[in-house]
Design a protein around this ligand. Structure first.
Ligand code: SF4
Length: 238
């Protein structure tokens, strides 16, 4: 039987989710509830629309001309919540010579992740908080799961791009950024670390969905300060 998955949406020319221009597949469904989530409309497993792997592949191949130096990124939601589908999609993309990137929190059972990683060229891992207490409080998941996932990527030698959202009053201290640098020390496969400034563009989505925004009232993160913290992080990692 054909493998099917639930997809929230597609973006045909993504420029920020991996190297080069990318075809981005937003998977529906996420086990976490991050306080700063920009895509609350991807949370429910029942939303989106059903596709077969072949249907998604067909859409991607229509754009293959510009994917030569880029590729396909699976994001969400949480793509690993539909691991079987992503594994099969990535396998077929690789057969076509297309680069595969997985954007994930890593906060999922490892046996599910392992098979997908066999077909993955690059992992974009969101390391959301640097302490177990904050991770649990603001995402509902566990930092230990993400760290176990990073360890699995290290063992498999898969390059990692790490992302961390800088939130005023929560993750914008030098202490937190140094902690992030420390947490990443054991992973020589980390190629880049991006600090993303907290934004409130998603507020309207929360209002439309009737979901309270947990960080309502938190100001947007200053871009210059974010770049300063990025410099601090890169000098701590040298
Ligand atoms: S993992 Fe991503 S999609 Fe899921 S709640 Fe967190 S930010 Fe939103």
């Amino acid at each position: 039987m054909a493998v099917t998955g639930r997809i929230h949406s597609f973006q045909s020319m993504g420029a920020v989710d991996g190297p080069g221009l990318r075809y981005v597949v937003f998977f529906q469904g996420c086990p976490l509830r991050c306080a700063f989530c920009h895509n609350p409309d991807t949370w429910e497993m029942t939303g989106g629309a059903e596709y077969t792997v072949e249907q998604v592949l067909e859409r991607v191949l229509r754009c293959r001309g510009y994917l030569k130096k880029g590729g396909v990124t699976a994001t969400g939601g949480e793509p690993l919540a539909q691991g079987e589908f992503v594994e099969e999609l990535f396998r077929q993309l690789r057969r076509e010579g297309i680069h595969t990137a997985l954007d994930t929190s890593g906060a999922v059972p490892l046996d599910r992740a392992e098979r997908v990683l066999e077909q993955t060229d690059l992992v974009l891992a969101d390391l959301k908080f640097t302490t177990e207490e904050e991770y649990r409080r603001y995402t509902g998941g566990s930092l230990s799961h993400t760290l176990e996932f990073l360890e699995l990527c290290r063992k498999k030698g898969i390059p990692l791009w790490i992302r961390h959202v800088v939130i005023p009053g929560l993750t914008d201290t030098e202490e937190n950024i140094q902690k992030l640098g420390k947490l990443l020390e054991p992973y020589p496969n980390v190629e880049r670390v991006e600090l993303l400034p907290f934004r409130t563009l998603c507020l309207e989505k929360y209002r439309t969905l009737g979901i309270p925004f947990p960080l309502e009232g938190t100001p947007e993160m200053d871009l210059n300060r974010t770049r300063e913290l990025e410099k601090l992080l890169s000098s701590a990692r040298k």
